[in-house]
Design a protein around this ligand. Sequence first.
Ligand code: SAH
Length: 408
Amino acid sequence: MDDDFPIYPSGLRLSGRRVVVVGGGHVAQRRVPQLIGVGADVVVVSPAVTPAIEGMVGAGELTWHERGFVEDDLDGCWYVIAATDDADVNARVSAAAEERRIFCVRSDDATRATAWTPAVGRHEGFTVAVLGQRTPQRSAAIRDRVLELLRTGRITTREERERAPGVVLVGGGPGDPELVSFAARAALMDADVVIADRLAPRELLGDLPADVELVDVAKLPRGRSAQQEEINRVIVARALEGKRVVRFKGGDSFVFGRGYEEVLACREAGVPVRVIPGLTSPVAVPAVAGIPVTHRGVAHEFAVVSGHLPPGHPDSLTDWSALGRLRGTVVVMMGVENAPAIAAALVEGGRSADTPVAVVCDGTMPGERTVLSRLGTLADDLRTQAVRPPAIIVVGDVVAVAHPDEYA
Ligand code: SAH
């Protein structure tokens, strides 16, 4: 558009209203889903359409007139998009639209249009629309940047900042800060207090505002239950002081993360608590290392099990012999120390000693490495390779799918 003709931005309510798209190529294909998304009654006029548009016709999402454009196509319509690759046809469409006082977008020549399609994105009830038709890539880049700022909580209103206190359990994913969700980042940026685990992606903590109180769980008094009790106590105490508390953990809070104990502690104290899930390491760590936990025709189930207690331990709740009978994938967490006993128990349960095993250490992090083994030789391999936690142990034929040469 030209600076001589400044545009007036407006939001259109197209729900139930006829919108005609002339042309059935890739431009039309990009516009049509947005129109369908807002409930418009979409009519595509074109002798041919892309397979994607044909699919939408088949799904009953739009009407297709399989022919060339005629001026009468615009009767009764509210909005037109001229998106053919023929400038003469587009010119006829805009002339017919002008005559009928219908706003018309033109894919070939924006200067001749009466309406423009912005780069659009949505976030929590807001629509971000950026116009600048001479530079559509730049519009899209600006849209992306604004959306990123919104999603990461860096554009907030006073009301949002003054939100009620409470606790958010945030799953931080397997370690790589890129694998943290938008919601998790936003919660961190919004926190007064952050209580972080050793396995949480700690690089992100460097971005926190200076006045945020950071509690490092690794520095709390030792002993499993003493430490958890102290965490529960700090979480509840800070929330009752009126602070927004983020409990930041590795992976997902509810997968061997003791997250639900913290939920219960908050409930007991009458503190509001919310959960933001994270990518959990038993799935994400093998994935980043190139190992699928399921694969068609190979593994139709996967079991995730904690190895922190050895098989046969009086407090163990795991039926290792049943896991030994499983055909699919067994993913063992916190299992490095007890791996020899676990491998033996699985073989005793019926799993072949030849079963491929992959041990992924420091998954998604700079020092990531994978040790390949088999159940029968796992104990020796862990010792000679000096494997240290944190590690994910993947047992099953999916390991051979990922490393066919090593298991040929
Ligand atoms: N809540 C976490 C798991 C906590 S238990 C989650 O959902 O992922 C800690 C165990 O997780 C470790 O002993 C190890 O088995 C596994 N683990 C977590 N992050 C890991 C990583 N980056 N690489 C390898 N193993 C990891």
